[in-house]
Design a binder for this molecule. Sequence first.
Ligand code: DPP
Ligand code: ZN
Length: 852
Amino acid sequence: PSKINLKDYQKPSFAVETVDLDIKLYEDHAQVASTLQMVRQSAGDLVLFGEDLALLAITMNGESLSSERYQHRAGKLTIADAPDDVTLEIQVRICPQTNTALEGLYMAGSGDDTMFVTQCEPEGFRKITFYPDRPDVLAVFTTRLEADKRYPTLLANGNLVEAGDVSGTADRHYAIWHDPTNKPSYLFACVIADLDVLTDSYTTSEGREVTLELYAKSADIDKCDVGMQALKDAMSWDEVNYGRAYDLDRYMIVAVSQFNMGAMENKGLNIFNTACVLSSPETTTDARSFSVKSIIAHEYFHNWTGNRITCRDWFQLCLKEGLTVYRDQSFSADQQSSAVQRIDDVATLRAHQFAEDAGPLAHPVRPESFVEINNFYTTTVYEKGAEIVRMIANTLGPVNFRKGTDEYFRRYDGQAVTVEDFLSALSITDSKIEDFIDWYRQPGTPVVTGHQDYDSDTQTLTITLSQKTRHVAGFDAPKPLPIPVATALFERNTGNIVAERMLLLDQQTQAFVFENVTSEPVVSLLRDFSAPVQLNYDYQDEDLAFLLEHETNGFNRWQVTQMLVNRILLQNKGEKSSPDIYLHALAQTLPTLAAEDAMLAARLLDIPSAQELASAIPQDYDPEAIKAQREGLYQQLALALKDEWAELYKQLPIQAYQDSADARGRRALRNVVLDMAVTANVAGAAEWAQRQYDNASCMTERFGALKVMVNHQLAKADDYLADFYERFQDNDLVIDLWFSVQASADTVTPDDITALLIHKDFDWNTPNRVRSVVGAVASQPTVLWTADGLDIYTGVIKKLDTANPVLASRLLQVLARWNTLAEPRRQMAHEQLLDLQKQVSSKHVLESLESV
Ligand code: DPP
Ligand code: ZN
């Protein structure tokens, strides 16, 4: 497979002004007719892309094109010496019914229960028809859909122009949609289905009346209220915070059960994975429901950051994703405690993005080459991309950041642009912002080390910081990056903050001097995780315990607990820390905090996942040892607070369901306390779990209890698993939970996984179901990194390689850590990967394998 390079970018030689699509769906295929009005922009061939299409006819300016007039090879149809004004009419035949890759137009469901939807980002439109399918070609689309009346719901982007029966037939109907906005083909969407709709409306700050519609299967329509409310909240939030209002008369969201991604921001017609839009207290955990809201907001925010201003080419993916993730994180921070939001975002970043950046799949936030762009929808592009925008926003401050984003929208609305364009708009008030470009170009997580010197004679404190980024093969030697380090000095005897400053570390080593410091303070660094770096500061454990007590920001308190845990479990230079200080500090903090901020209290008890701990181990990684150490510390923690759990649990009784930050916090802490109590063998705790399950007011409580029973193999666990299945067997998303709780159980074995994969409800065609088992295996390194575990895992990839290469390649990325394993696992994993390489054929999987 050939590599595409950023440096080879060329403007398209033809623009498309209008596209007329006519999609006729039949029993076993679809016929797509398109008319493209194109105008020459520069010299060169007229190039269309097309994959898995049967070309039936093509005419140019009314004349049929004979096959000598064009070249059709390797997914490209090239017409040399086309005139300057071209009308192309193309007819193709496609087969959505057998499209298991879930790109282009495909069928979801089976038997009598089917629907047809599209997924065109990044390069799915070329599976619908021949087209200059690249994000810098923007056009106005008119779409006619025709299908059997069994599918009453016919949707496409924009406004409904006309609908009716197809004359001469009894059972077919059509609808014509027109989208007045100029858009790239990756934002095209259509839906042919039988769905119910929840309708609402919103009046924008500009006075536009917008109809809001959320489409789902009739059985799910009662789970759409949370999503609808989130949409209205997001619309208003974007007006207040970015001055951006919605621009069409209609905003539609469609829920589909088979979807590779979480959701897709198609213009005016978002398509969502059911898991990311449906929510009800009885069937959806709080965590999931909260993420539904943030994903609804994310896709809505794309309307400005992605759709109206789009990417020049796919190397610029972070331009829309990094910025939009930053926006949805900020939105979510306004819906709950901002400290907890930051904790959750940073935990994700550290667990997944740091791991990616430390391994063979490391790539810059803006990659410079790819074989398959689908492989670059990564946490580096998304989450590290968002961190860069956050650093810029914090450096500028709210007023100048808003000036910068206003300028970005003013200058580039309606255009397809680059990261450089973004930085140039953001830097109108501060030219130093342009220096952040290196963050987009350089892979690897910077490590910041530092120490402090206090001089009591001059009353000065000097903080010396250095940065180092590993040199990733194939890239230039790393340069120092601009790293904002939010810093506060705490007076030791009062616990008060005596100075606060944002230090900008932009050289390899720098000294920062604080004057008039009357006694040696405790320094809190990287507050609110002001930069996506690893921090190694020469702290005493006591300093960290001090900060746990005195830090004013909840995020920083969590951060010090994580530092302490890392010192206890991982420190390899010198002695590991003893857990005493950590355990004592938590015991001091927890009882009061539980009453004040239950959600934060729950988070402070976090011990990083085995996966996250592994990402910090560069070699000789022994999954069993890490698991044992991690569990050992967890147990110590549970025992250290053994006398508290019963009282805490009592203070957190089941109450009538409420969706407030406070109620969610109490439910989260309740589940953590329950697990701790069972771990510590508190008398009666196993019965608490049963009672919590039986009397649950919502899924968070019921599933939390089930999880504890399964993980601790409590006597009744199997009965409760059976009950759970029974109760929810008609709800796919809950059955996903049923699969995942078993597949990710602390005691799971490879045989258990195999049994789940052949269960009658396991379904290879539904990515959510595949992930509910296979994704869970990845969270248990002691199972994954065994001969049997790897057999299962690589078997799954082989099976999905041609059926759904996007999913196969995504699952494969977990195996990138093989290189860090201790022998003999390392050798064993290597052999399995070499073997896999011989048996796969998709360019998606091959590109990933090549790197790992
Ligand atoms: N589903 C992806 C997202 O919204 C693709 N744009 O981030
Ligand atoms: Zn996105």
